[in-house]
Design a protein around this ligand. Structure first.
Ligand code: GLU
Length: 503
């Protein structure tokens, strides 16, 4: 058997370090067994998937140095590797399930489903589809289909007993069927859900081992049942522990930069990032902290992955990156890497227009570029409080900015400006009073290129990290304070939306 593993990201946001972590373990497992590692784009959620996000994921994973044998950008014998191009496979396979009686048409409206759930919750039952459309006769179904009634296709789930799925790291996991919903397989828009597409593709792409995050364990019973319905052998499952913030919560951009591109733009070495991710739940047999990808592949043993939540600690990663810079690169490599980061053509293409109108001699250039090159902005509490706003207003302003920036998927000058204006309006502040603060947290100086341009050049993650750092020098926000701010922030969203509707 040729081992084939895959990473199957959905292009719905920033390329997450968690994706690189799962990709690394899939890569290491496949390569160690002389097998293949596949990249598949799971873009069946048409509302949330974007071409920009797909490109960012591909760029970010390429930057890490992980190479896939097959994928949307490199081709392969099992393509296409983008689910939106594989509709016919899902349609034919879903029809097979319907024909065999393993799946059924469901015509329930959203209101009907809401009422059903509300009644179940009132009766203290687990909300789940109650199977009412399963009882329609074949004639009723044909008639409704002929009338063009909106419908989905759901899978049948046993009503009694337990499902036992085997996980390579966790052994048998037992889940009562009563906890498993009659999953929609085909949505009303004719596109498959994750579950159907994922199972069909893993089978058609001859994936032998599904190595993914533990958040997918609840899906495993449905997937196993689908394999049984199709009469296919199921790949071996292996659910890896999720990455965690130092406070043990699930790694999130609210607490840590999570985009792979942040680490690239902040000047980390991809080797160090992969090395660090390789230490998440796994270690070298000799416990050595620094190792290369090839060394990891040779020594890899998936059965030694520990299930305790691995902590993704930025300080530890920074230290490891330092080890790579100090111990690994020769002079030429060091110079090339530093130049590629600091002075790449793409960096200057973006930064030059802001320099040209401002400087008379090149020796003035670094003062303008410095905010882009520094790791952290050297600001103090006084530098912010000196700008004229009350301390609590300052903290609210910075927290609101973080939230606005977290929720924006597009990052342009206009978007940054709109978000800053939104925050100023929602706090009844004048833009001219807000901008000096924004300028200071972005740049750390009083003289820098425009804050909007700076934000674009820094990218969303580095910008957010700077606002967060600004908030931290002010002493941060207590848990209680955060709850209060979250409430007023939600109210601001509501009232600004109402105003917009009224206009
Ligand atoms: N598309 C899923 C994701 O975004 C893939 C999960 C899986 O590996 O099965 O993570």
């Amino acid at each position: 058997m040729t081992v084939r593993t895959r990473i199957a990201p959905s292009p719905t946001g920033d390329p997450h370090v968690g994706t690189a972590y799962i990709a690394l373990f899939n890569y290491a497992f496949a390569k160690q067994h002389g097998g293949q590692f596949v990249l598949r784009i799971e873009d069946t959620d048409q509302k949330r998937s974007t071409a920009e996000s797909e490109q960012a994921i591909l760029d970010a994973l390429h930057w890490t140095g992980l190479e896939w044998d097959e994928g949307p950008d490199v081709g392969g014998d099992f393509g296409p590797y983008r689910q939106s191009e594989r509709r016919k496979h899902y349609e034919t396979h879903c029809q097979l399930l319907v024909d065999a009686g393993h799946a059924f048409h469901c015509f329930c409206s959203a209101e009907e489903l809401d009422t059903m759930r509300a009644e179940q919750m009132a009766a203290k039952q687990t909300p789940r589809y109650d199977g009412r459309c399963m009882r329609l006769t074949a004639d009723e179904v044909s008639q409704r289909l002929a009338e063009g009634q909106a419908h989905v296709i759901r899978m049948r789930i046993p009503t009694e007993g337990d499902c036992v799925v085997h996980d390579r790291l966790r052994g048998n996991i037992q889940i009562p069927w009563s906890q498993v919903d009659m999953q929609v397989l085909m949505k009303a828009d004719g596109l498959p859900t994750y579950h159907l597409a994922n199972v069909v593709d893993d089978h058609l792409m001859a994936i032998t081992h599904v190595i993914r995050g533990e958040e997918w364990i609840p899906s495993a019973p449905k997937h196993q049942l689908l394999y049984q319905y199709f009469g296919w052998e199921m790949p071996e499952l292996c659910h890896l522990p999720l990455l965690r913030n130092p406070d043990q919560s699930k790694l999130s951009k609210r607490k840590n930069p999570t985009s792979i591109l942040y680490y690239r733009d902040q000047g980390f070495l991809p080797e160090a990032v992969l090395n660090y991710l390789g230490r998440m739940g796994w270690s070298m047999p000799d416990e050595r902290e620094q190792f290369s990808l090839d060394e990891m592949v040779s020594a890899f043993d998936i059965d030694r992955v520990s299930l305790g939540g691995p902590i993704f600690d930025l300080d530890k990663l920074t230290w490891l990156n330092g080890q790579w810079l100090k111990n690994t690169l020769n002079d030429v490599e060091y110079r090339d890497r530093l130049m590629a980061w600091m002075c790449s053509d793409s960096f200057f293409d973006q930064a030059l227009p802001h320099l040209q109108s401002r400087i008379d001699v090149f020796s003035e250039a670094s003062q303008w570029l410095n905010p882009l090159w520094i790791k952290d902005v050297p600001i103090t509490e006084e530098m912010l409080t000196d700008l004229g706003l009350e301390t609590d207003v300052l903290a609210t302003l910075l927290q609101y900015l973080i939230w606005r920036f977290e929720d924006t998927s597009i990052w342009t000058r206009e978007v940054v400006e709109t978000e800053i204006r939104w925050v100023a309006d929602s706090l009844d502040l004048k833009l001219k009073d807000v901008m000096p603060v924004v300028f200071m947290v972005f740049s750390g100086t009083r003289q820098a290129i425009s804050a909007f341009d700076l934000a674009v050049l820094l990218g969303p993650d580095r910008t957010r990290a700077r606002v967060r750092a600004g908030l931290n020098v002010m002493g941060g926000v207590s848990k209680k304070g955060l709850k209060r701010l979250e409430k007023s922030y939600q109210e601001a969203i509501r009232s600004i939306d109402i105003e917009k509707d009224a206009n």
